[in-house]
Design a protein around this ligand. Structure first.
Ligand code: IPE
Length: 259
């Protein structure tokens, strides 16, 4: 099984509140189907989560009561986004159900706790794909917290032990410098913990769950014997399909374990 995260940057326009890219989601689902691989899909929140989360500093946890309506609003918006993603899956004959992390899991000081995975593994066993997503989740210490799709990926890789983990984003991979500000930035095809430590931590991505470097750290933690973790550009047609089929494509592969 392959664990795939469709990043918010590919399924929404991250700069415009609540803009769903249904066409792109359709194409990416077709690519997954065409690859013939069984997948479990997680998706990001994109502009259904980040815009309001940033405006109300939801990443800091409960600071004052004025944040509460925004928490409820973001939870509502990301559920709507997930319904749209799952709607596309059903249209394509992929049995799937949206599982809201905020309804069934809690966090403890930013750490996602999935103590009981029976509902998820049970659905998967029935042939129904559980689709989880970035959400606002109750946090035992902070009141609430942002649970990113990347954290969910890490939790699910522990549960499902996928043979491969793929993060689909709007960039070709990890660069040695920020490609948006440096013309000569070079793509890094393979990254290790040591390699990552030497990369400038500059980012132009203004979101509440970190940029490409923190994604790489998560990816490095998810690597294991026989399991690589790949970051691939989903805005380029067919790249995801080729990668899933085992072909060589432009991407960054994380190798090793940073702990
Ligand atoms: C963020 O999830 C969740 C919220 C802001 C509520 P992600 O961090 O996984 O979303 P993307 O992929 O960056 O959009």
């Amino acid at each position: 099984m392959i664990l795939i995260k469709l990043g918010g940057s590919v399924i929404t326009d991250k700069s415009r509140y609540r803009t769903f890219d249904g066409q792109r989601v359709s194409r990416l689902l077709d690519e997954i189907k065409r690859s013939g691989q069984r997948a479990v899909v997680v998706h990001g929140a994109g502009s259904f989560g980040h815009v309001l989360a940033k405006e109300h500093s939801l990443q800091d946890g409960l600071c004052d009561d004025t944040q509460i309506p925004a928490v409820a609003r973001v939870q509502h918006d990301v559920r709507e986004l997930s319904s749209m993603v799952v709607g596309k899956m059903l249209e394509k004959g992929i049995p799937a159900v949206s599982v809201a992390p905020g309804s069934c899991f809690v966090m403890d000081d930013g750490r996602l706790l999935i103590n009981d995975s029976e509902a998820l593994t049970g659905l998967y066993g029935l042939g129904i794909m559980p689709v989880l997503f970035g959400d606002v989740v109750l946090d035992r210490r902070k009141g609430f917290g942002i649970c990113s799709g990347d954290q969910i990926m890490e939790a699910l890789s522990g549960i499902f032990k996928p043979e491969r983990v793929v993060f689909v984003s709007d960039v070709d991979g990890l660069y040695d410098r920020d490609p948006k500000t440096h013309k000569n930035a070079g793509l890094i095809c393979e990254v290790t913990a040591e390699g990552l430590a030497n990369i400038a931590r500059e980012t132009t991505v203004a979101d509440v769950t970190g940029g490409v470097c923190s994604k790489m750290e998560t990816m490095l933690r998810m690597c294991g014997p026989g399991r690589d973790c790949v970051l691939v550009n989903g805005t380029v047609e067919n790249r995801l399909c080729s990668l899933l089929k085992g072909e060589t494509v432009i991407c960054t592969t994380a190798r090793g374990d940073i702990r």
